[in-house]
Design a protein around this ligand. Sequence first.
Ligand SMILES: Cc1ncc(COP(=O)(O)O)c(C=O)c1O
Length: 472
Amino acid sequence: MSRSAHPAGPRHADVYTEGHYSAPAEDLNSLDEKVWSRTVDRNADGVVTVGGIEVTRLAEEFGTPAYFLDEADFRARCRAWADAFGPDADVFYAGKAFLSRAVVTWLQEEGLNLDVCSGGELATALAAGMPAERIAFHGNNKSTDEIERAVEAGVGRIVLDSFQEIVRVAHIAQSRGVRQRVQIRVTVGVEAHTHEFIATAHEDQKFGIALAGGTSQSETGGGQAAEAVRRALKLDGLELIGIHSHIGSQIFDMAGFEVSARRVVQLLAEVRDEHGVELPEIDLGGGLGIAYTSEDDPREPHEIAKALGEIVTRECEAAGLATPRISVEPGRAIVGPTAFTLYEVGTIKPLDGLRTYVSVDGGMSDNIRTALYDAEYSVALVSRTSTAEPMLSRVVGKHCESGDIVVKDAFLPADLAPGDLLAVPATGAYCRAMASNYNHALRPPVVAVRDGEARVIVRRETEEDLLRLDVG
Ligand SMILES: Cc1ncc(COP(=O)(O)O)c(C=O)c1O
């Protein structure tokens, strides 16, 4: 599975095993294609390339830290999702993972739709010419202004997330003489993360409307979601097209989707029995996992499409319903693997008997996921190869926080030196999107690389940008 004739990258299984650290079995120079984007390779001089361009050249031209996005890989992943789900289903790229005008253009060209969850994401989508009918608008607390803009733009669907919103969207749509297509987001009592899912009696979280019953919101029995459907069907400003469920993130196990689909289909059957209406769509959300380290084993889009299609068809047949149109909202699974963050090594501190702290020129301001979720990442020396001994390392940033960790445990070559370039793969999702100005850090650029050409699609922030907001 490793690329190039050069020897191996840090393997997490080797880093920490049953309570003790051990040296990696392979050498540190190879690149596991599971975690690196498709056009990444190491050239004959030992320098890593993406889209045919050496990272040393990229660092010189664009500086570090910077995110480099493999455009060919992004487009290929979009096509793979669109092909896997085919013409009878809809794939909405979840823009929260990473959104820019270039990304919106690629989505349009590759036939994907777009899920946005804020006025800012909506503005970006529309500015880049995404047809409004291909946009889904999400959010648990959309403002009146955001709803007005979405309705006026003519978005294809608004995903209703609360009882207040049912009334608000209906009122705004009706006052403009339109029937807004909507879905109702339900919480199905399933939470899925990585390899596990938990089925809970009720959902203790802010999103959606519970399928479970017995609430003060319910007028005529059944769960909250059944009541939400009742209310939505009565309102002239709304065209209820389906039910939406999103169960978690970084999911590998399809069992959570199975339970979710079963519960959503049960609601569709109840709606048919009570109202004589078969809602035509079911959206199963996003959350499909990617490989951050060699230990992760994500599924391919065609396997996911097949599994979800079979689950929904089976549940619908059992309930005597026609199979609804399925939609999904992958964000991470499309953009996550397509980018890496390039850093320059600064200070290096060996702590006897512990590990070596390797400081880079970015940190929690460009990747908060390690601090926020205890996320695991891989890292490699990319500006050269090394035959030095592996050195247990922690890659940390330059912020005033001891939790400012980029990669918690990794082996790097013991001859690592200031000025070397390190790259952290699989940082396409929720890194630039969640980047901050902590310590007045300047958010790094996103550079798209394709066929030997690199172009900035989101420029690096400048101190002038920071000072422009600071109006004294
Ligand atoms: C409703 C909804 N859809 C899609 C996504 C995208 O998830 P992912 O990027 O893990 O695929 C999210 C993530 O939070 C979400 O809340």
